[in-house]
Ligand binder design. Sequence first.
Ligand SMILES: [Fe+2]
Ligand SMILES: [Fe+2]
Length: 204
Amino acid sequence: VNPSALLADTLQTLTDRARRSLNPNRFLHLLGVTHTVTALAGRHGLDPGQAALAGLLHDLSKQIDPNAIKKDLAGWGIAIPPEDRDHPHTWHGLHAAEWARRKLDLNDPDILEAVTLHTTADAGVCPLTQALFVADFTEPLRGFKQAPPVLDLARRDLLEGFREALRVKVTRLRNKGRSIHPRARRALLDFCPEEGSETISAVG
Ligand SMILES: [Fe+2]
Ligand SMILES: [Fe+2]
């Protein structure tokens, strides 16, 4: 089978599913992220096809109710990880990755990691996860004023752009009085140790 044709079929399947499952704004966000992560991948020597798959998958389960997500995962024999129990807004990544593994037979570990961890990142995440995290924060429709400089930085240096996206995202959450997910804390400690300890002590 021609691998490009197979990839094109899968991208089409995911796009159709996303158009059906998401409201227009979320669908456009998904396309913006897919565009951005694919461009970053092309610049930094990652596989653009893998990046496009990760982009289209990342928020595919975003509009599924957390209780339904929990039920699906239970049906697949997967429990919500203890550190995610108080953060239901992160469950859609795990759900989309597991769905792709089961329904599309998608087993690429980098894609599955990127989709699962796109909301929080974690210590030691792979470059595709870094690129998706940056793209999710900086895609053209986001409209955050910090987005263009973070994306510029990521275009020049993916790791530095990821570090900055992590800092900015955690700072935004902190300013809104939101709790920081344990995985995001671990990501900060690993990728931006000075900033990490500062931010974590500020959050408590
Ligand atoms: Fe998401
Ligand atoms: Fe997203």
